[in-house]
Design a binder for this molecule. Sequence first.
Ligand code: BG6
Length: 287
Amino acid sequence: MPVDIALPSSVRIEPGAGGLPRLSINSRQGSAEIYFHGAHLTAWQPASASAPVLWLSRESVFAENKAIRGGVPICFPWFGANVADPKAPAHGFARLRAWTLLDAQEDATGVVSITLGLESPDMFQAQYRVEIGPSLTMQLQIHNPAQTPFTFEEALHTYFAVHDVRNVTVSGLEDTEYLDKVAGFERRIQPHEAIHFTAETDRVYLNTRTACVIHDPGARRTITINKTGSDTTVVWNPWIDKARAMADFGDHEWPEMVCVETCNVGDYARTLVPGESHTMTAIISVS
Ligand code: BG6
């Protein structure tokens, strides 16, 4: 892929899986991989960590017409099925498009920032900035360059690697209202306790801006997800049957992952008037 941007020595463009081009980042702060296809971050490991933080399926397909399974798919401009057009791809088209590299920098401390863009001139301009440092910052900015309002949903659909989801808890969403997608979008309230995983879990937590913490005693680590510009959080694990039903998800891989997704979805879709911008940020740290 020809790119006009000057790259710092810690950033290389190389053929990735399926021959799809990707950015490979290796600085003294850590390593990461970002595919141009979907601006999809598939790996991140800070120098302080002994194992990858993001989960990527060994069965993932890497092809232009498929979304990568794992890492951080960008869901945009809609989330889930497209209500107006059931044939449209799930979770929007942004994760199926080739994004353009706009900038790549490394600062004096070894923190690398990469900016990719995607635009549809009569709808939106999207800029996605990923900062690879002691923590990971993902910032999605949407601008409306057009003459009419633009409404969208968005998610940084982050797959985290865990030792065994059955022993993991996610705190930060206590007492929060959610839509239970496994129960036909039934409205429920999270009890005053962390989330435990004992079955398929697919929940949209509403009107929440709090940080979430993944407690993973098996891996002896906690992962903290701070966020801004996001009013919903999705928590997902497919469990046994749904994992089996997905061709690009190994039948036995479901215990290894949990998604905690920084998002604005459903009733929390955003509308930008002409000329307006919105930024959603997720900051991931590990201890
Ligand atoms: C989650 C949704 O965010 O993504 C689930 O809440 C969905 O319902 C999952 O199954 C995976 O979606 P996809 O399109 O990547 O298979």
